[in-house]
Design a protein around this ligand. Structure first.
Ligand code: ADP
Ligand code: MG
Length: 321
């Protein structure tokens, strides 16, 4: 039977890159290049709330880190390293091994080594907490409060697939194996847009990652920037897999669906070519979906240019009503 320390040694200890002190001491140590700021963010993932209890552990390891890397991407920060808190209801070693494999694979792909953490037994459900550290030159971070009237609003990647996969798995939609197969990776294996976030420094005025739904997350940018926006529904980059989904469900998925982990950002209209060029360089599809306005409020225009009614709200853990 593996002890807590065997588990850490076997699954969570990897050689740290030169210049970093990783797992094994009371703290990890990493240098911060002169002139740069540390960007840090943490995300908690709870069984039954953020993932289904039977989710593939390798995919869960990937996603636990991906959602955090997505926050670094949204700030234009370069990953340095991460720490992992695990509360395990039971010792299921094959589960831990698969989780660690998914986690380390994404960490290696983004140069974000696991440099510390904490492992405890949980009397309740499984809980996973990841904290990432990144670096960004002082003053260059992509913040939520920089949007300006006249900016274009851009979205990376595609929208809607994760929401549909979630509702299929949750039993809200009738069983559809083909649709689930085509959307499941969007929900369970999101790819954080780190390269795009880095390339947008000096071009984008504001950015956020879409975790709770486009309208809600863009709403945070608008509030922080004291601005409004008009979006064009017909221009949204709808995931190709959703071709057969009914209009009302599609609209909810595209405008309100969470777990997207793509970037929504604003940039001046005279930087359109630059945005397209960095999108190509980062291997990311980037789509212009609307513009920032001086007047507060968020409207979505239909194909005829009319404001759409009954817009979906995004995810809120503590809804007011
Ligand atoms: P402490 O008693 O100081 O909290 P621990 O015995 O909990 O230290 O952890 C020993 C070492 O293992 C520390 O360097 C810690 O950061 C690391 N560690 C513990 N759990 C994890 C984990 N899940 N992932 C990565 N590192 C971990
Ligand atoms: Mg500890």
């Amino acid at each position: 039977m593996a002890s807590e320390f065997d588990l850490i040694a076997r699954y969570f200890t990897r050689a740290a890159p030169a210049g970093l002190l990783g797992v094994g001491d009371d703290c990890a140590l990493f240098p911060v290049p002169p002139g740069e700021q540390v960007a840090t963010s943490t995300d908690l993932l709870l069984e039954g709330r953020h993932f289904f209890p039977d989710v593939d552990p390798k995919a869960l390891g990937h996603k636990a880190l991906a959602v955090n890397l997505s926050d670094l991407a949204a700030m234009g920060a370069r990953p340095i390293g991460c720490v992992l808190g695990l509360a395990l209801p039971r010792l299921d070693e094959p589960w831990v091994a698969a989780f660690a494999e998914g986690f380390h694979a994404l960490a290696a792909a983004h140069g974000c080594p696991l440099i510390g953490g904490d492992t405890t037994r949980s009397g309740h459900d499984l809980a996973i907490s990841v904290t990432v550290f990144g670096a960004v030159p002082a003053g260059l971070a992509l913040r939520r409060d920089g949007a300006q009237a006249g900016d274009d609003i851009w979205v990376s990647g595609e929208l809607g697939a994760a929401d549909v996969a979630y509702r299929l798995l949750d039993g809200q939609y009738p069983t559809d194996p083909a649709l689930l197969a085509a959307t499941r990776d969007a929900l369970e294996r999101p790819e954080p847009q780190v390269a795009l976030g880095l390339a947008l420094r000096g071009i984008a005025h504001a950015a956020i990652d879409i975790s709770d739904g486009l309208l809600q997350d863009l709403g945070h940018v608008l509030k922080a920037s004291a601005a409004g926006a008009a979006l064009r529904y017909a221009d949204m980059p709808v995931a190709a897999a959703l071709a057969g989904v009914a209009d009302a469900q599609l609209r909810r998925a595209v405008l309100g669906g969470g777990d997207v982990y793509q970037l929504c950002f604003t940039a001046p209209a005279d930087r359109r070519e630059a945005v397209l060029a960095v999108g190509r360089k980062a291997g990311a599809r980037v789509t212009r979906v609307g513009e920032i306005q001086a007047e507060p409020g968020l409207t979505v225009l239909d194909a005829g240019g009319q404001p759409m009614a009954g817009l979906p709200r995004g995810y809120d853990h503590f809804p007011a009503d």
